[in-house]
Design a protein around this ligand. Structure first.
Ligand SMILES: [Zn+2]
Ligand SMILES: [Zn+2]
Length: 409
């Protein structure tokens, strides 16, 4: 379900509409660009049409949209999940927001909004456990590992108000439920919203002041002037190591991948040769692989889970190599839509999925620990065949339609 929200341009005040996953605000009137960032999940409010004198009560709904990967029995499964669930025990209120979030344009919560905001007691992990149990594959087979990768989590507040012995839904101005005459709404749940603060960042390079480049759904911004890439961390732009792999001729576009160099314990892995042996790949490690530190490769863009898994496998087994980085110049760069913090959660999934003897490796998964040594954003050059993009050195192939589709996830 697509959720849309609107936010005011800080320069001219125009309202700009964005989808839930979009963070780059570009004003079509004055051209100003800004980047929305927050450490906590974004807090949204549904628009209300309550009579002006009413005191509003805001009830929280937790929202999760993303892919859940699970290593269960002897296979890796995945499921796209989109769920919105009432975040407090409140009998009589709808358990979910239904189609409302789709039909209405939400607003980001302004902490100065008058009214009582209730604090969610439902934890995201509880919500996700519940989701997993609903799955069709919720068989008796043991689950050795579960990961949520590339998800968007949000909090959506539904406004209500009391009129005599009824609680009205302020979105549609209709009674939502009857209260007993003396019934109080649990005030323990009311809380100042100190966890939520929106940071609006100017999209200029913190080092050279040049305009940063990105798409609406980008989670990393590029400075073509001083050749730097920025993610956000704690509400500000943070420098990310990157490499642009020189093309060998004929490549049209550059796609970003996270290269995560890491060691593992539980299943001991330090080098690529260790990884080949641990996962029982049907090939003998080359002598130089004994010296090659193990790097896990992960697409730095969202794509449907089946293809995402395929890319984890192909790119990790290919271990694309490069000598030096090139300059961006005017190369077309595909936007980074999967942050590095999500990419590091793929390591166990990659290890599990590439293991040919799953019976041996899966029971060890709960004890496997990774130590990330270095994370680098690597732009690989792809040739365009019309339908597919092909990376000539590593043989990574991506269907172009699936790239477009992935941006809607
Ligand atoms: Zn504007
Ligand atoms: Zn710069």
């Amino acid at each position: 379900m697509d959720l849309r929200f609107e936010h005011q341009c800080s320069q001219c005040g125009a309202l700009i509409r964005l989808f839930e996953t979009e963070r780059l605000l570009q004003c079509r009137f004055c051209g100003v660009k800004s980047y929305l960032s927050s450490e906590a999940p974004f807090h949204f409010v549904l628009p209300h049409q309550a009579p002006p004198d009413r005191e509003l009560l805001y009830v929280p709904y937790l929202r999760f949209r993303g892919n859940v990967f699970s290593c269960q029995g002897n296979r890796t499964d995945f499921r796209f999940t989109d769920i919105t669930q009432l975040g407090i025990p409140f009998e009589g209120l709808p358990a979910s927001l239904g189609f409302r979030t789709q039909a209405l344009t939400l607003k980001l919560l302004d902490p100065a909004t008058p009214g009582t905001f209730l604090r969610p007691t439902l934890k995201l992990t509880d919500l996700l456990n519940k989701v997993s149990q609903l799955g069709a594959q919720s068989s008796q087979l043991p689950v050795y590992h579960r990961a949520h990768i590339g998800e968007t989590t949000s909090l959506v507040f539904l406004p209500l108000y009391r009129q005599e012995d009824q609680l009205f839904d302020a979105v549609i101005n209709e009674p939502a439920l009857s209260l007993r005459r003396d019934q109080e709404i649990n005030p323990d749940l009311a809380t100042p919203l100190d966890g939520w603060r929106l940071n609006v960042l100017a999209t200029v390079c913190p080092v050279c002041g040049w305009q940063l480049e990105g798409d609406k759904d980008s989670v990393a911004m590029v400075c073509r002037n001083c050749e730097r890439v920025w993610e956000t961390s704690s509400g500000r732009f943070a420098l990310t190591d990157h490499v642009v792999v020189p093309d060998i001729g004929g490549e049209k576009t550059h796609l970003p991948f996270w290269k995560i160099t890491a060691t593992a314990t539980g299943v001991p892995i330090k080098t690529f040769a260790d990884f080949i042996r641990a996962t029982h790949q049907p090939r003998v490690p080359l002598p130089e692989w004994e010296e090659l530190p193990m790097s896990f490769w992960c697409p730095a863009f969202k794509i449907r889970p089946k293809i995402f898994l395929q890319l984890l496998r192909t790119a990790t087994l290919a271990q694309p190599s490069y000598r030096q980085s090139e300059r961006f110049r005017q190369k077309p760069l595909f936007p980074v839509t999967l942050p590095s913090s999500e990419a590091v959660q793929t390591l166990k999934v990659t290890l599990a999925d590439l293991s040919l003897k799953k019976k041996d490796i899966f029971p060890l998964l709960p004890k496997v620990r990774f130590n990330v040594v270095k994370t680098t954003l690597v732009y690989l050059a792809f040739r365009d065949t019309g339908h597919e993009l092909i990376q000539p050195c590593s043989q990574i192939v991506i269907n172009k339609n699936s790239l477009d589709f992935g941006r809607k996830l």
